[in-house]
Design a protein around this ligand. Structure first.
Ligand code: 5GP
Length: 179
């Protein structure tokens, strides 16, 4: 796609695919003894492709559900105040639950999600994120599986958008700010 808004490619397609396989292998090993399967919870819309690719590589019985949240604040800065737009269909009680995120930036959205989902009494609750911007957080967020640590730049592609566009890029690129 030739578009001046698409900047430097930070994670190319082959690296994404290889890392998704590695993460899935690790998760499959960690949940090998699950009693009633792993429940993946995708956070819409950014985790769309990541969760689809990850799930297809898993070797343990698994189910999927989705949640949509919106954080109040500007487009580029999360305020930590989160509203649930679409809640889960499935109950979490006594389930092994894995939250699948596109990106953890300040970690505020995740903090809210973890608190909210823990109150539903899952058997276990862990987090897997494709991307993480560690330089943006004062302390390490509680994320067990991280695909890639990236610098503090606004990124698009592989599910991540800028004003709803660019989700369909096969790679993760920096957004070229214009004007
Ligand atoms: P946090 O609460 O961790 O600061 O923000 C997390 C959410 O902000 C992500 O789920 C994502 O929707 C959005 N976000 C944070 N950084 C980026 C980025 O670089 N690109 C895009 N497209 N969204 C981002």
């Amino acid at each position: 796609m030739s578009d001046p808004a698409i900047g430097e490619i930070l994670v190319p397609e082959d690296k994404l695919a290889a890392r998704v396989k590695e993460l899935a292998a690790q998760i499959s090993e960690d949940y090998a003894d699950t009693t009633n399967g792993l429940l993946l919870i995708g956070v819409l819309k950014g985790a769309l492709f990541f969760i689809a690719d990850l799930m297809r590589e898993l070797k343990v019985p698994c189910e999927v559900d989705f949640m949509a949240v919106s954080s109040y604040g500007s487009a580029t800065h999360s305020s930590g105040v989160v509203r649930i737009i679409k809640d889960l269909d499935l109950p979490l009680e006594n389930r092994d639950v894995l939250i699948v995120e596109d990106i953890v930036d300040s970690g505020l959205t995740l903090q809210y999600l973890v608190r909210n989902l823990k109150s539903r009494e899952p058997r276990s609750l862990e987090v897997c994120t494709l991307l993480s911007k560690p330089s943006r957080r004062p302390e390490a967020a509680d994320v067990k599986y991280v695909g890639f640590e990236i610098p503090d730049r606004f990124v698009i592609g592989y599910g991540l958008d800028h004003m709803e566009r660019y989700r369909n890029l096969r790679y993760v690129a920096a957004l070229e700010q214009q004007g």
